[in-house]
Design a protein around this ligand. Sequence first.
Ligand code: NAD
Length: 365
Amino acid sequence: MSNRKAGKPAAKAAKPAAKGGAKPLPKQPIDLKSQQKPAAKPESKPVAKPEAKVAPAAPRPAAPGAPGPTVAAQRPPAVAAKPAVAPASRPPAPQPIAKGKRTGNGAVKVGVVGVAGRMGQMLLKMLINAPGIVVVGGTERRGSIALGQDIGALAGSDPLGISVGDDPSLLFETADVVVDFTNPTATVQHAQMASRTGCALVIGTTGFDNDQLNSLYRAAQKAPIVLAANMSLGVNLLQQVVEEVARILDTDWDIEIIEMHHRAKIDAPSGTALALGEAAARGRGQNLRRISRRSRDGQVGPRVKGEIGFAALRGGDVVGEHSVIFATEGERIELTHKATSREIFARGALRAARWAAGRKPGSMP
Ligand code: NAD
């Protein structure tokens, strides 16, 4: 064990906080058994995707209060006629993708998969109002009641003329970048589509098993993919603090991680709790898989020295709370992050999307 004793100053200065939680996947797959990450590739210049691949996007609806279209002056009719009544015209039915329209000023074309979910909705609202971004489509799982609805209306904004579809392949052919907060099975399929089309993919989904993670790393060889179990700046900073504290303290300090989320969350411990556990294990020069204790129930015996314990609580509408506890005889340090709004995750995802669009696979920030 390579821990330094308590009280010794950290040898290395803390790294600057990660930007918005964006963690691009390196081009080479990671061998999760050996936990050896491949060397980071130097950042490459953004490369514009060939225009032919990308369907042009829809113009934004006029902002409220914007001047209406100018109307050419008309000569009055020579003969007084009945006022012409314009035939009642139905608004055009929304299309599943913004096709046949051009994006102006190099705006980034973004698609959202899982567009009707908690995060999908939060993200969509933010994207619609973000400068330099054009939403080109959104998908949902087959059977979702959101299918066919206008995605603008779904987000409580003006209609965008784009309906929620169930064919993500169309979206990957059209968008510069797709953002994915769905579930591991769907995300693996989306990553394969990204690798086929070269479209960038920002993944916020959590709960992947090792096979699924490896499949994401394979896809990252062919498309720029950003993966972050937590897109908030605060949690990414917390990871660095936890790693540093774990490096300073020895194994007389027990590490326990507690997380709480809303009642609908389906994976446990949360991806963020596991990322914090990995940060702590890294600080101790350990592999989390060897020292993690996922749950305790019944006659489990005394705590094993050096293990990192996890506890997951579920209830109500809690957005996400994480505490890393360092406990020893007579004292305890608790490092806590509390998310009170999903906006922090959507903001990080938006930042990651801007960064990833047009990158080469394997780019690093
Ligand atoms: P949610 O259940 O509200 O939303 C998921 C949506 O994905 C649903 O609308 C569902 O119908 C849809 N979906 C499922 N399969 C699909 C498919 N094949 N194609 C398209 N859509 C599909 O869940 P949520 O709270 O929005 O969270 C989604 C994921 O994001 C979870 O894994 C969660 O842990 C994770 N999350 C990550 C962060 C982060 O910062 N990285 C933050 C919050 C949540």
